[in-house]
Design a protein around this ligand. Structure first.
Ligand SMILES: C[S@@+](CC[C@H](N)C(=O)[O-])C[C@H]1O[C@@H](n2cnc3c(N)ncnc32)[C@H](O)[C@@H]1O
Length: 248
């Protein structure tokens, strides 16, 4: 978790917390402390403009994904049964795709992310890399992975992303799905550490992107609101992170 801790504690990505009280008084709805403290720019714009911040972030995401996706492929291999192709949307520098491709060699994986991010991802026999914008176009595949992506976005943006994902899997055979790996806030889990971690991530999302971690009911509303027929939730060994399998 070294890279993740280095990112979370770097001055460049924490200094906006010092102006939180100003934001509480004057901040715009739907904006964030980070955006206010960075002259209206969003975190992903700064990550593109300042490679030192972008690289720190990409390494942090990769280290987090190594644990999460490593756990997913060993705990729930059946999720990948029968799939021939998968697109990891917002897949960063390709860590999750590599873990999945190594675990399921017949599965062709594609990493879709912004151009300055995927320039650090490497192609291989089993991994394609595509520079693009998930709001514009998502390549078609049997499955789409949204790992640690939706909590960065407001509800209406999540619905747009989920609809794009649905369009990308719909022409495929039965068994096509969207796999969402994200936090589910559960205030009744009798696990004070998990609740505390959920609140900390909630504050992180609020201050960085002006968004939030979602409860089970909020996920239900998003998924059904985006036109999916149903979903299954799987808990993970890593506590508050969950895996959600969405059916078109
Ligand atoms: C929180 S990171 C998660 C990265 C990766 N899925 C992981 O967990 O390791 C969110 C990712 O979404 C990407 N992203 C942001 N806006 C995007 C867009 N419009 N289209 C595609 N990717 C985008 C970011 O560059 C970043 O890599």
């Amino acid at each position: 978790m070294g890279a993740f801790v280095r990112f979370c504690t770097a001055l460049a990505v924490t200094k906006h917390l010092c102006v939180m009280s100003e934001w509480f008084k004057n901040g715009d709805d739907g904006s964030s402390v980070y955006i206010m403290d960075n002259d209206g720019k969003k975190f992903f714009d700064i990550a593109r403009e300042k490679p030192e911040i972008g690289n720190l972030f990409n390494e942090a995401m990769a280290s987090h994904s190594k644990q999460k996706i490593g756990d997913l492929v060993t705990s729930y291999p059946h999720i990948f049964d029968g799939l021939n192709s998968l697109v990891d949307v917002g897949g960063g520098t390709g860590t999750a795709a590599k873990i999945i491709a190594d675990a399921f060699p017949s599965l062709r994986c594609t990493v879709l992310d912004l151009p300055h991010v995927v320039e650090k991802a490497s192609e291989s026999n089993s991994i394609n890399v595509v520079a693009g914008d998930m709001f514009e176009k998502i390549p078609s595949a049997d499955a789409i992975l949204l790992n640690n992506v939706l909590h960065d976005w407001h509800g209406e943006d999540c619905v747009r992303i989920l609809k794009r994902c649905k369009d990308a899997i719909e022409p495929r055979k039965d068994g096509s799905k969207v796999i969402v790996v994200d936090i589910i806030q559960d205030f009744e889990n009798n696990n004070p550490k998990a609740t505390e971690t959920g609140f900390l991530f909630d504050i992180l999302m609020m201050t960085s992107h002006g968004t939030k971690e979602r409860t089970k009911q909020e996920w239900h509303d998003l998924i059904i609101g985006a036109g999916y027929s149903g979903y299954t939730i799987y808990p993970t060994r890593l506590g508050i992170d969950c895996v959600m399998e969405l059916y078109p």
